[in-house]
Write a protein of this length. Structure first.
Length: 251
């Protein structure tokens, strides 16, 4: 029997085997470990930080700084545990606003107290070396230093070098409260006149300024209708002697 290449036995022509062809499965895996046609898994949501944040909101209303602290803790817990961050943010905002309101109230109350307190309301024995609000200094008292940012001053004997002296108390009249601007303007005019009458002509007043401590509307309604005049040496503790006694000297 004659045969040729490509022909085999019974059944007809035979084909030479080629490379194996295997169908690729759907969702074939690559080196990343993820199917090429699938999305990465989404993190599972939790309640981390939720309870602390909810508690921090009412706490922040009454105890501002503590509410802020709880809000920060809640926010950090939520970030680490994939929880809701909104509660922590809300607690921080409420606590921050409450803290700001409390701070403003304290500052306003302090300013009002400094403008109305009188020498008779100071603790007994508040003499030289004592720390008192500048608004409570009596006429003839001197302060070692005075600064608008530091309302409490240290009293000192006027015979020693000092920076400030309360040298007069001026009457602002009676009637309804005329308003802050009017009170300040009237006080400054009267205090400058008093300084011109009391300070000796030989004293160098180049660096001395006149400041006033005035009543607010609440103090005015309680009968505090006067202002105190303060001589302030802008160059520092360079006054010695007393304006009220006519012995002021400067250096």
């Amino acid at each position: 029997m004659t045969s040729s290449w490509g022909q085999g036995g019974p059944g007809g022509p035979q084909h030479m085997p080629g490379p194996a062809q295997t169908a690729l499965p759907f969702g074939q895996y690559f080196g990343s470990g993820q199917p090429h046609n699938s999305l990465p898994p989404r993190p599972v949501s939790t309640t981390a930080g939720r309870a602390v944040g909810i508690a921090g909101i009412p706490v922040g209303v009454f105890l501002g700084p503590m509410g802020v602290a709880l809000g920060i803790i809640s926010f950090l817990q939520a970030r680490r545990g994939n929880g809701p961050t909104g509660y922590g943010i809300a607690a921080m905002i409420v606590g921050g606003l409450s803290t700001l309101a409390l701070t403003l109230f304290i500052l306003a109350a302090t300013a009002a107290a400094l403008s109305t307190v009188g020498p008779d309301q100071r603790p007994e024995g508040s003499g030289s070396g004592s720390e008192v609000p500048i608004g409570s200094m009596a006429v003839g008292e001197c302060a070692l230093e005075a600064d608008a940012a530091q309302p409490v001053v240290t009293l000192i004997d006027c015979a020693e070098w000092h920076q400030a002296e309360v040298y007069a108390e001026v009457d602002l009249g009676d009637g309804p409260y005329p308003g802050e601007d009017a009170v300040v303007e009237a006080s400054e005019t009267l205090c400058v006149d008093a300084a011109n009458a009391l300070i000796p002509p030989s004293a160098d007043v180049t660096d001395i300024a006149v400041s006033v401590v005035v009543p607010d509307s609440a103090a005015w309604d309680e009968g505090v209708t006067f202002a105190r005049c303060v001589a302030l040496d802008l160059s520092g503790r360079n006054m010695v002697g007393s304006i009220t006694e006519g012995t002021l000297q400067t250096r």
